[in-house]
Write a protein that binds this ligand. Structure first.
Ligand code: 13P
Length: 197
């Protein structure tokens, strides 16, 4: 289960983080306040696409409004992962932008990154703050004083995004790189991306 992988890989801590998947008219989401390492399939909560609880023995993640908002406003998104990976969270807390073209994989999977100032976790205001990023085609959101959220078509894609985001954050921390420094020239990135189409 990917929520266990998230915790086991050190991409989130304690009871932090939440994961959901949209399937037809349902959203399956992790329950609130549980350590993700110990979750089993039976613990997952089923919601309708408007956020109403359909089934499950626990309450859904306190961040369910953010998950629902991301699905309602982006038909291509089937998976939402929210977590607190240490280096990416450090960048979000420090208000440090990441040099996304520093590594080919990050240019491929993370562009464009959206930076969202702090909003109260779990609030509708927090969910609504994603709209500008969604409209510019972003799947990667750095959340001020909080953590990160990534989206994807599949679990594999979303998980690759959060791993790559944390890796880029770590390498940019270790090198001191900022946007505009140590980056691959954009024409070379574009030429490489064209070979993958
Ligand atoms: P939940 O346990 O309610 O999913 O909340 C964890 C979290 O990371 C809140 O931002």
């Amino acid at each position: 289960m990917y929520s266990k992988l998230l915790w086991d890989r050190g991409l989130t801590e304690g009871t932090g983080g939440n994961v959901s998947m949209r399937q037809d008219d349902s959203v399956f989401i992790t329950p609130t306040s549980m350590i993700k390492h110990f979750l089993t399939d039976e613990d997952i909560v089923e919601l309708a696409t408007d956020g109403t609880k359909v089934a499950g023995k626990y309450n859904p993640s306190s961040e369910y409004k953010m998950h629902i908002f991301l699905y309602q406003n982006n038909p291509d998104v089937n998976v939402v992962v929210h977590a607190h990976p240490p280096y990416a969270t450090a960048a979000a807390v420090a208000g440090r932008e990441l040099p996304v073209n520093m590594l080919p994989e990050s240019a491929l999977l993370l562009t464009p990154i959206t930076y969202i100032p702090y909003q109260m976790p779990g609030s509708q205001g927090f969910a609504d703050a994603f709209i500008n990023g969604i409209e510019k085609g972003s799947n990667v959101f750095l959340l001020g004083n909080h953590g990160v959220t990534v989206t994807g078509k599949t679990m594999t894609e979303a998980f690759a995004r959060i791993e790559t985001l944390e890796f880029l954050s770590r390498v940019s921390f270790l090198t001191g790189a900022e946007p505009g420094t140590m980056e691959i020239p954009d024409d070379q990135i574009q030429a490489w991306l064209a070979t993958l189409k």
